[in-house]
Structures are given as structure tokens and as C-alpha cells.
Design a protein around this ligand. Structure first.
Ligand code: COA
Length: 199
């Protein structure tokens, strides 16, 4: 079995990461609340919603993929201190999102993003915009490898690492890696945790 590696992706790697993350977030509560019960619909919506973040270059962000013998099975996009908020999506991406998700879902994501933005720390920090492992490859230590990789990046500029999660299980995962709950909120009635690890 090939040991998993964490790498900076090329174009193909980013495309593979998009697929992996679309699957990783398929069952997250906010996704279900906004896109409904159909997994097919949620997958399509996730692809559309993540395209700009994962495929387009953003200044002051770091993207990594984790690959094992099955190929790319997860990864992350992290904004460096001062890199939040990330640049908005291009018109082309927004149109793709409209087609992939529909106007109502886009409006709802807009409300969620705005609610999270209002609670965002004002001090410099590393921001984990997205991090995930495909469901079939979980509980093998791959998520831990990604958190280690973020820790290694953050050691170059030791500020806190901050993220949000709408999955109770992910909160337990991050707590096991030294994160503490900094607060809660419930945009659209879905509980979300704000987590932070000291720099
Ligand atoms: C959170 C997430 C990234 C964790 O990924 P993962 O690859 O399963 O993480 P790990 O394998 O390192 O750890 C997960 C659990 O497996 C356990 N584990 C690790 N290696 C293991 C092994 N070889 N055998 C059995 N269990 C193992 C860990 O102890 C951990 O348990 P805990 O959650 O009770 O602490 C993944 O669940 C995910 O993608 N979730 C959906 C997306 C999401 O919500 N992301 C977070 C917000 S950005």
C-alpha cells in the first residue's frame, strides 16, 4: 500500500481535489439543509459551489492535496494571515454556481457566509476555508496528516488557526488536534462551531 503524500496540486490535482471535497461535504448538515435530500443534487451543487475556491488562483492562500493508492482523496485550502476575506468568485463562476445550485440556494449560502463573516476573528490568523477527506478513506489518519500540514505552514508565521464546522464529529476531530471551541452560531438554524488553535 502506497503511503499517503501531501502535495501542492497542479491543475489536474486541483480538479481531483474539487471532486474529493464535493464528496467530503456531501452529507454535512448545512448542505442537507440548503440542497435537500437528493445526494445527486448535493454533489452537483457542491461542485458548483467549490469551483472558484479550489480551481481559481487566490492570492495569499495555500492549497494541498492528499493522495494515496486511490489517488487524491482530500485536501485543504487555507488563507494566510491577512488573506481573509478571499477574493470573490468571477462572473463566470457565479453563473456556473447559479446553474449548479439555483438562485435560492445561492442566496442561502450568501446568508450563511455573511453570518460567519460577522463572527470572524479580527486579529491575524490562518483560516481553513475548506478541509476534507472523502468518506471511504476516513479514519485512517489522513485528516490528521492535513492538520499537521497546516500546522507546518502556520509555523512560518505563528498566528492562530481558525475554522468553522457544521459537523459535530469534525468538532471532536479538531479538538483532538488542539483546537478549542471559540463560539457557536446557527445560520439557517444549523448549528456551526467556530474553532481555533493558538499560534
Ligand atoms: C473531519 C475529517 C477531515 C477527518 O478526516 P479523517 O481522515 O477521518 O481523520 P483521521 O483519520 O485523522 O481521524 C478521524 C478519526 O479516526 C481515528 N483514526 C485515525 N487513524 C485511525 C486508524 N488507523 N484506524 C481507526 N481510526 C483511526 C482518529 O482517532 C479520529 O477519531 P476521533 O474523530 O474520534 O478523534 C473528515 O471527517 C471530513 O472530511 N469530514 C467532512 C468535512 C468536514 O466537516 N470538514 C471539517 C470542516 S472544514
Amino acid at each position: 500500500m502506497r503511503p499517503a503524500t501531501v502535495d501542492i496540486p497542479d491543475r489536474r490535482g486541483r480538479a481531483a481535489l474539487l471532486e474529493a471535497l464535493a464528496l467530503a461535504f456531501l452529507d454535512n448538515p448545512m448542505n442537507r439543509a440548503i440542497h435537500g435530500p437528493s445526494p445527486r443534487r448535493r454533489l452537483r451543487a457542491n461542485r458548483a459551489g467549490l469551483r472558484a475556491l479550489v480551481l481559481d488562483p487566490h492570492p495569499r492562500t495555500q492549497t494541498r492535496v492528499i493522495a494515496n493508492e486511490k489517488g487524491v482523496v482530500g485536501g485543504f485550502v487555507v488563507a494566510e494571515p491577512g488573506g481573509f476575506p478571499l477574493a470573490g468568485a468571477s462572473l463566470r463562476r457565479q453563473l456556473g454556481c447559479l446553474l449548479g445550485q439555483g438562485a435560492r440556494a445561492m442566496d442561502q449560502w450568501g446568508c450563511v457566509t455573511e453570518a460567519l463573516r460577522r463572527e470572524h476573528p479580527i486579529e491575524p490568523h490562518w483560516y481553513v476555508a475548506v478541509l476534507g477527506i472523502v468518506p471511504s478513506e476516513r479514519r485512517r489518519g489522513l485528516g490528521a496528516r492535513l492538520v499537521e500540514a497546516i500546522g507546518a505552514l502556520a509555523s512560518a508565521s505563528p498566528h492562530p488557526i481558525y475554522l468553522e464546522s457544521d459537523r459535530r464529529e469534525s468538532v471532536a476531530f479538531y479538538r483532538a488536534h488542539g483546537f478549542e471551541v471559540r463560539g457557536h452560531l446557527a445560520p439557517l438554524g444549523v448549528p456551526c462551531w467556530r474553532l481555533e488553535r493558538a499560534g
